[in-house]
Design a protein around this ligand. Structure first.
Ligand code: NDP
Ligand code: 8X3
Length: 254
């Protein structure tokens, strides 16, 4: 049986975890990363039951050294990474720029932008050695449009959008295809993180509408990853039916 190896960042919850669950099965190897080791360990145990082989590593993607050490320490049987899913990311706060918290800005820029860069740079030599290699960046509709108070989060996701296009150009000659998935509202821990654990505020984001679920995004990632090698899906923009743009959201009165 041939083996296909995926490296998914931010696999301890939401979209990253759903990607791992949807891809797991016989002949599949998954390298799963995030900071919360206990969550990754529980997921490893669950997914090994599908026949998949799992390697987990918990580290903070904001640390360049940690990214480099992690890649250096990927065990030999897992090093033939074919697909890197750059998913780890977050929004912190939802404030007008004049009242924005610079610590929030640092977290978003360091995670969404610099973390993605550090990890991609370190993984490219592994991808380069594998036929049909791919990078799939999880962008956002916030990388296409800006909404009030979304300022720095939107800027970080616009940067991901630019990097997706730039990486596609630069890595083409190395045989690495680069894609993105750009979702609208997906109910995960995203809003809980954005509002520092305030569950009431997080629930209001999705009130009166049916948001996407993490599995909807994982299905797009799987679709992109399993295309014939002659195909590059450049970008998939995906909304819940109740959303037409960042600012056009249809809510039922409740
Ligand atoms: P979750 O909060 O559920 O998941 C975020 C993941 O990122 C977690 O596994 C978290 O793991 C990981 N992560 C965050 N910070 C770090 C860090 N410093 N180092 C390592 N891992 C980190 O949110 P989602 O699943 O929704 O988010 C996944 C991606 O999807 C993000 O890039 C987000 O911007 C994007 N997105 C989300 C949308 C939504 O509406 N939910 C819409 C569009 C895009 P841990 O905390 O254990 O480190
Ligand atoms: C997350 C989706 O609602 O902030 O990227 O545009 S949103």
């Amino acid at each position: 049986m041939t083996t296909d190896t995926y490296l998914i960042t931010g696999a301890s919850s939401g979209i990253g975890q759903a990607c791992a669950e949807m891809l797991a099965g016989p002949g599949v190897q998954l390298i799963l990363t995030a900071r919360r080791a206990e969550r990754l360990n529980a997921l490893k145990e669950k997914l090994e039951a599908t026949g998949a082989r799992i390697f987990t590593s918990s580290f903070d993607i904001r640390s360049r050294q940690a990214c480099e050490d992690f890649v250096a320490e990927i065990p030999e049987p897992f090093r033939a990474v074919r697909v890197l899913v750059n998913n780890a990311g977050l929004a912190a706060g939802l404030d007008p720029i004049q009242r924005g918290n610079p610590d929030h800005w640092d977290r978003m820029i360091d995670t969404n932008l610099k973390g993605l860069l550090y990890l991609s740079r370190a993984v490219v030599p592994l991808l380069q050695a594998v036929e049909g290699a791919q990078i799939i960046n999880i962008g956002s509709i916030a990388g296409k449009e800006v909404y009030p108070n979304g300022n720095v989060y939107c800027a970080s996701k616009h940067a991901v959008d630019a990097l997706t296009r730039g990486m596609r150009m630069d890595l083409q000659a190395l045989g690495i295809r680069v894609s993105s998935v750009s979702p609208g509202m997906v109910e995960t821990e995203f809003s809980l993180v954005r509002f520092d654990g305030d569950a009431n505020k997080a629930a209001l984001v999705y009130k009166g509408l049916e948001p996407l679920v993490a599995e909807d995004i994982a299905a797009q990632v799987k679709y992109i990853a399993q295309q014939p090698y002659r195909i590059t899906i450049a970008d998939v923009v995906i909304f819940p039916a109740a959303q037409a743009s960042s600012r056009d959201v249809l809510r039922r009165n409740e």
